[in-house]
Design a protein. Structure first.
Length: 338
């Protein structure tokens, strides 16, 4: 009995030691003076660089918000472009501190990759892009079609499930990168390009004649996209998670980039807690009292980031839909800051 107790005690100590050794992300980021953020290799609206190397997008804004919460400076981010295949290895190896790369939250990814999803930045679903000249109005008319798809994503399995479930035949033509997939589709190597609907809208902008292509109405899967962090560092998990929650809560509370300083003077209890004039919630995260204000000043609230990057104020012009707040017909919902 004593031997069993000793073994359990040693195992507990070893586990705590291992956890302590891995729970260093915030310190590592501070010592480095910069956040390392894994993003896509170029997906308009989510993460893409201009010709001067300046990154923009919804996923980019999440990383800028994290940097702002830590450094009070949303520019202190190194963006690391990653393929779908390499993204998880980069996170596991410590090359990046957070993966913010239009990545679908699934059970297998949540359990087998040594990582945690921290929330949902965009509720998406898989769809199909076709040339208008094909005269197809529904995905159910795609029997025997050739389909371009990117490897290393959830897209391939969803595609197989959909065609099998509807007793349709198809040919898969797979490519390693999104750019290769889109080029193959545009050149006529396949009839259809399939991916998340948001990505279809983004990739369509890259085509020579975007108006010649249409996204079909069917959405064949659930694709909740969100950031990931490594297992073993609960403090860092909390920081990334609550940065996203702060952006959503800020929209619900009516706090914007423009009015943040004025709203910080409010006597409303929920605003006083958020702005750190009542309580020490920021310190509990390992941040400063003004962490919430820092985030909103850097990126705006969630609605502002959405509209600027993928919504009405962007070239994509995607409707808020499911990504609207829970009290405005959508399902975006963040726990309260209290």
């Amino acid at each position: 009995m004593k031997r069993v107790s000793l073994v359990l005690t040693l195992a507990l100590v070893a586990g705590l030691s291992a956890q302590g050794a891995s729970a260093q992300t915030l310190k590592t980021v501070k010592d480095r003076g910069m956040l390392s953020c894994g993003v896509s290799q170029g997906l308009p609206g989510f993460s893409s660089p201009d010709d001067k190397g300046n990154w923009t997008g919804l996923d980019v804004d999440v990383c800028r918000a994290i940097a702002a919460a830590i450094f009070n400076d949303g520019t202190k981010v190194k963006f690391v472009p990653l393929s779908a295949k390499d993204r998880f290895t980069a996170l596991q190896s410590g090359e990046i501190d957070v993966l913010s790369r239009n990545t679908t939250w699934t059970l297998s990814r949540d359990t087998s990759l040594g990582a945690n999803f921290t929330g949902v930045t965009y509720y998406d679903g898989q769809g199909f892009l076709v040339k208008k000249s094909l005269k197809v109005n529904s995905a159910l008319e795609l029997n025997s079609a050739s389909v371009c798809v990117q490897t290393g994503t959830t897209t391939e399995q969803n595609l197989a499930d959909y065609f099998k479930g509807n007793n349709m035949k198809y040919e898969v033509i797979a490519f390693a990168s999104a750019d290769e997939t889109v080029k193959a589709y545009e050149s006529g190597r396949c009839d259809v390009f399939t991916s998340d609907v948001s990505q279809l809208y983004a990739e369509r902008l890259k085509l020579a004649n975007p108006a010649d292509h249409v996204v079909l109405p069917e959405v064949i899967s659930k694709e909740p996209l969100g950031p990931m962090v490594r297992h073993g560092d609960d403090q860092w998990f909390d920081i990334v998670k609550w940065t996203l929650f702060a952006m959503v809560d800020a929209e619900e509370l009516g706090v914007t980039q423009k009015n943040v300083d004025e709203m910080a003077k409010s006597d409303k209890p929920e605003l006083k807690r958020a702005f750190g004039t009542d309580g020490n919630l920021g310190e509990q995260l390992g941040l400063t009292k003004d962490w919430f204000a820092r985030i909103v000043k850097a990126t705006g609230n969630y609605g502002e980031a959405f509209d600027r990057n993928v919504g009405a104020g962007s070239k994509l012009g995607i409707a808020r839909g499911l990504n609207n707040l829970w009290n405005k017909g959508g399902i975006q919902y963040a726990p309260p800051i209290r």
